[in-house]
Ligand binder design. Sequence first.
Ligand SMILES: C[S@@+](CC[C@H](N)C(=O)[O-])C[C@H]1O[C@@H](n2cnc3c(N)ncnc32)[C@H](O)[C@@H]1O
Length: 174
Amino acid sequence: MMLELKNKFILDACCGSKAMWSNKNHPNTIYIDIRKEPKGYRGYGRKEDVNPDYIMDFRKMEFPDNVFKLVVFEPPHLSKLGKTSLFRKTFGCLNTETWPVDIKQAFNECWRVLEDYGTLIFKWSDSEIPFKKILKLAPAKPLFYNTTNYKATSVTKWFCFMKIARAIGGFTKT
Ligand SMILES: C[S@@+](CC[C@H](N)C(=O)[O-])C[C@H]1O[C@@H](n2cnc3c(N)ncnc32)[C@H](O)[C@@H]1O
């Protein structure tokens, strides 16, 4: 497939309903997800849809290498959800057996499509799988992340990575 990338230098690698976006149709962004859902798919009068520009698997993206300046990646966080769970419907669900391989492949793809010195923002909620376990699957160490830890209210963390060029050794896990 030939994808039109003109003026598109930001990628959301699994956009879902784009709840975190201020502008859900940002003109410089390509949104992908593994599925499409109609408005109101969550029921109970909720209005969200899942409407990516392309239906695409984050483990095997159809983009050339080094094309985005910013990639944002918020995969499903949970693996133990019932078939009819609203959480599963809204956020998707990790495969209980293959998730480490799936997330590693996705990280590698996010890194591949990111240009040198580009930024990867990774969002993770460690209510089931501790973030330290997930970071072992990442292609580099994060530069920084939020260290506040109000367990009672939120366990969501935002991690910032930069694809620092090989020439200065930034691809290593140092
Ligand atoms: C936590 S939600 C993303 C929420 C989104 N950031 C927002 O602001 O609403 C995770 C999304 O990953 C998608 N997903 C799961 N597996 C995927 C895959 N292999 N490739 C692409 N997207 C996938 C799910 O369909 C789900 O919409």
